[in-house]
Design a protein around this ligand. Structure first.
Ligand SMILES: *Cc1c(COP(=O)(O)O)cnc(C)c1O
Length: 813
């Protein structure tokens, strides 16, 4: 299958053909159709490599990895493929025939928002790196009809709008109904003896749902590799309806069709916390079962004894951890497999690898046993059996230690017993990894201590990363050009080469530094335009851009940022403005719709912003905005324009963070706590190029039980003034006491996030940042050093480590 020609004339012809003959539109149509025609034109150029890649992976004996994730926060695809296929120039030229700039076409592509935040974006960056490294990795996920909700702000409050991203079609996907799978739910189990006299189980009287795959191409960076992201969509079976249909209940049968198709209707908008909804468990099992069956379909009749040598499943958090039990079920019960327990368990344990993403105990998934019994009865039996055998091992290793047995059981006993999904993942996997050095270390000392004592060899660290293609080459084209000019091409797929920039900072090359600063200023103007368009607030690009964008969560401490903003406001009001550094503070992020406190924090940010921006005494000294609807594409405008990157979580709570890496790569300087990957960022760039503050993780732990927030207020007049102003309803004049809940939470001795404990050192670190900013030469050098030291935070490095230590795949390029 030959590749299609990619000259600008060929491209232009194809765009026109798609527009007129396929889409039935003509010049002058809505821009979106031009985007669609261009997307098809580009997709055509992916097809032959996509097929070649698939053929290479399909050969017998090729070891492959399957990445199972409930989330892929992809964003836009067009620009990414243009970069990877080196089509930017010819396409730019081709679209001129349509009297439109490429950028305007790109702007009509909706974000594929099939994820919440960091965990989903990590999965998308991973796929990009796997393709770029030529690794045989397939992503498996769900094709949600509705992705992450859109956020708009009404009277300072978050309002959620549904994201019907598929409404106008998704030109990148290819439906493959021929690979549809049956997924069982409900019913009951039946035990019998087979012809060989062995005990067997059947799962019967189930309500089946069809899983229909849609493939999305994942192109590698200029290497002719195209991997696959396979997204499953739920569809009703004919059998599902037939019974009721024949009984004359036409309407009921159509209604039950809806029930089946609900499974992939909507992404759950919860980040780092779970809520135990039945539909969510259905989604998890649906993804897992469809993906495992798909792998067996491809495996065909090769001997199962070799299955584990050729297949590894990486579980992105506990969301797909039911895979452990599902793989057992398929190996034990499938009529063409029917392995003995020990053989099936041997395969399962050698195939599964689990990534943990959080230290927050409330985010560890547990499902009620009664829900399992009703929805997945056969899987519950298998989990019980895994648990019985596992606990026998524990008892043998620690005779008489009943408390340990209770702690480690896959079943949490109580009035409403629960299945502990993280423990199922650990017991069934050969590898358990955290996502930054500190996080992996804390896992072995805290949440998973008992398991670490049993199997220390399973535990390892894989510090997260971000793909430099999207987060540097695409987001910051001017800086990318300067980098290529300065250190040559090739850094895009070998980010360590950024090291070569260091001499340019150390020597203080005037010309280079000037260009660095001009590019950053250009990026800040671009962001200022966006801020003005979305909020009506004017950012002066010469001010210090101080940015915190991420999901709104108490542990991420947007509140600490707000306390600093109020402190600055107090200083302006009291005339304490000598050597003032003008500052524009931008905060953005979505709150889970059911997370009331997070929504109050958004309201507080908006109220503080409107008071400060409306106070003529403040002027350009301080501007504050809440940027609505933060997402992947917004971040591509934000991270190249940030001077200060706010990474201020309570130490020990942010597993890694990846926003921190995107900012660093683009030359922002971090103000941050000693938490997650911040630590590794600081190690890479040096403490003198990082504004460190706050308690360390062990200090936070040590303070628990004796935390006394009032003592910080009493001993710090600045903090007292901030709290006073909040309590005086200065920011809630129309609705007195509106922020009582927030204020009480940070004044409470039980505040798990210990916000006030870090106030003083945060204020001091902000003052250090201002001092550094006053010496612009020095700031630019710090900025260059941050970019130059960011090579280790490419997902190419992360994925190479996954491959060396866990997957052990052979690269195909
Ligand atoms: C990178 C990214 C995140 C993760 O940000 P953190 O600061 O690490 O929490 C979340 N959402 C989007 C859209 C991102 O691009």
């Amino acid at each position: 299958m030959p590749a299609l020609p990619s000259g600008s004339n060929d491209l232009s012809e194809d765009i026109r053909r798609y527009l007129e003959y396929h889409l039935g539109r003509f010049l002058g149509c809505d821009r979106f159709y031009l985007y669609e025609a261009l997307a098809y034109t580009v997709r055509d150029r992916i097809m032959s490599e996509w097929r070649n890649t698939w053929c290479m992976y399909k050969r017998d004996g090729v070891r492959r990895s399957h990445y199972l994730s409930l989330e892929y926060l992809i964003g836009r695809s067009l620009g990414n493929h243009l970069l990877n296929l080196d089509l930017e120039e010819p396409v730019d030229k081709a679209v001129k025939d349509f009297a439109i700039a490429l950028e305007e076409i790109e702007d009509t592509e909706p974000d594929a928002g099939l994820g919440n935040g960091g965990l989903g974006r990590l999965a998308a960056c991973f796929l990009d790196s796997c393709a770029t490294l030529g690794l045989p990795v397939t992503g498996y996920g769900l094709r949600y009809e509705y992705g992450m909700f859109h956020q708009h702000i009404e009277n300072g409050y978050q309002v959620e709008d549904p994201d019907h991203w598929l409404r106008d079609g998704h030109p990148w996907e290819v439906e493959r109904p021929e690979y549809t799978q049956f997924i069982k739910f409900g019913g009951r189990t039946e035990h019998f003896t087979d012809l060989q006299g062995r005990p067997r189980a059947r799962w019967i009287d189930t309500e089946d749902v069809l899983a229909v795959p849609y493939d999305v191409p994942v192109s590698g960076y200029r290497n002719n590799i195209v991997n696959t992201l396979r997204l499953w969509s739920a569809s009703a079976t004919d059998a599902f309806n037939l019974h009721e249909f024949n009984a004359g209940d036409y309407a009921d049968s159509v209604a039950s069709k809806n029930e089946a198709e609900n499974i992939t209707m909507v992404l759950y908008p919860n980040d780092a916390n779970e809520n135990g909804k039945e539909l969510r468990l259905r989604q998890q099992y649906f993804l897992t079962s469809a993906s495992l069956q798909d792998v067996f379909r491809q495996w065909g009749d090769q001997p199962l004894t070799q299955f584990a040598e050729c297949n590894v499943f990486q579980l992105n958090d506990t969301h797909p951890s039911i895979a452990v039990a599902e793989l057992m079920r398929l190996l034990l019960d499938d009529p063409d497999k029917r392995l003995e327990w020990n053989d099936a368990w041997e395969i399962t344990r050698n195939c599964m690898a689990y990534t943990n993403h959080t230290l927050l105990p409330e985010a560890l998934e547990r499902w009620p046993v009664r829900l399992f019994a009703q929805l997945l009865p056969r899987l519950l039996e298998i989990i019980y059996e895994i648990n019985a055998r596992f606990l026998a091992d524990v008892r043998q290793r620690w005779p008489g230690d009943t408390d340990r047995v209770r702690r480690m059981s896959l079943i949490e006993e109580g009035p409403d017993p629960q299945v502990r999904m993280a423990y199922l993942a650990i017991v069934g996997s050969f590898s358990v990894n955290g996502v930054a050095a500190l996080h992996s270390d804390l896992l072995t000392k805290g949440l998973f201590k008992d398991f670490y004592e049993l199997w220390p060899e399973k535990f390892n660290n894989k510090t997260n990363g971000v793909t430099p293609r999207r987060w540097l080459a695409m987001s910051n084209p001017q800086l990318a050009e300067l980098l290529t000019e300065t250190i040559g091409d090739g850094w895009q797929a070998d980010l360590g080469r950024l090291e070569k920039l260091k001499p340019w900072a150390d020597d203080g090359d005037k010309n280079f530094m000037k260009r660095w600063q001009e590019i950053r200023l250009h990026n800040k103007r671009r962001l200022a335009d966006m801020v003005l368009a979305l909020t009506g607030v004017r950012f002066d690009p010469s001010s210090l851009f101080d940015i915190q964008v991420k999901r709104i969560h108490e542990y991420k401490r947007q509140l600490l940022n707000v306390l600093h903003v109020i402190h600055l406001y107090n200083r302006i009001r009291s005339g304490d403005t000598e050597n003032w550094v003008n500052r524009c503070v931008l905060i953005g992020g979505k709150a889970a719709p059911g997370y009331q406190r997070a929504k109050e924090i958004i309201k507080l940010i908006n109220n503080v912003a409107s008071v400060i921006n409306g106070d003529p005494a403040v002027g350009d000294r301080l501007k504050v905005v809440f940027l609505p609807n933060y997402g992947v594409t917004k971040m591509m405008y934000i991270c190249p324009a940030a001077d200060l990157s706010e990474q201020i979580s309570t130490a020990g709570k942010e597993a890694s963070g990846t926003g921190n890496m995107k900012f660093m790569m683009n030359g922002s300087i971090t103000i941050g706590t000693y938490d997650g990957a911040n630590i590794e960022i600081m190690d890479a760039v040096g403490e003198e190029n990082f504004f460190l503050f706050g308690l360390k993780a062990e200090e936070v732990a040590g303070l628990r039980g004796r935390y006394n927030p009032q003592s910080y207020i009493d001993s710090d007049p600045d903090l007292a003034a901030v709290i006073d102003l909040l309590e005086s309803d200065h920011f809630s004049a129309i609705e007195p006491c509106l922020f009582r809940g927030i204020i009480d939470s940070i004044k409470s001795p039980h505040d798990p996030w210990m916000t006030l404990a870090d106030f003083r050192s945060y204020i001091d670190a902000q003052a250090s940042a201002e001092a550094a900013w006053r010496d612009q030469d020095q700031w630019v050098r710090m900025s260059i050093r941050n970019c130059a030291s960011s090579g280790g935070f490419s997902t190419d490095r992360t994925i190479s480590e996954y491959n060396d230590d866990i997957w052990k795949l052979k690269a195909l390029s």
